[in-house]
Design a protein around this ligand. Structure first.
Ligand code: AMP
Ligand code: ZN
Length: 115
């Protein structure tokens, strides 16, 4: 585990996080600064720094991320109204945590284009 990775520390149980769901590949955390009525973070257990660092070995993992997103949206009752899965990659996109993660946002109308 890289030093000072907050998501690795949460996954390892070293610092607290609110787990919404977890399986062998991902954990789903409640965002501490929610931007919508539902704001979850789908976080692969594997430490991958950014989207640019993905390799073909991660293809099934990323497919799983989106399957989990759809299933959770369905369970939350927001699948039909609509929801968004967002990955911020690198500073101009607003990435602040350097462990790949996917925001699942829903429960309100989401503007487009995003800021
Ligand atoms: P990003 O800016 O795309 O890298 O997203 C990082 C997200 O992680 C932000 O929405 C933060 O609110 C969220 N976040 C940061 N620290 C924690 C934490 N300890 N537990 C849950 N969410 C966090
Ligand atoms: Zn990490």
């Amino acid at each position: 585990m890289p030093d000072n990775c907050i998501f690795c520390k949460i996954i390892a149980g070293e610092i607290p996080g609110t787990f919404f769901y977890q399986d062998e590949q991902v954990v789903v955390l409640e965002d501490i600064n929610p931007q919508a009525p539902f704001h979850l973070l789908i976080v692969p257990r594997k430490h991958i720094r950014t989207t640019v660092d993905l390799t073909t070995a991660d293809n099934a993992l990323i497919g799983h991320v989106f399957q989990v997103a759809g299933r959770i949206a369905h369970d939350l009752g927001i699948a039909e109204d609509g929801f968004r899965v967002v990955n911020n990659c690198n500073p101009a996109a607003g990435q602040t945590v350097w462990h790949i993660h996917f925001h699942l946002l829903g429960g309100r109308d989401l503007g487009w284009p995003p800021g």
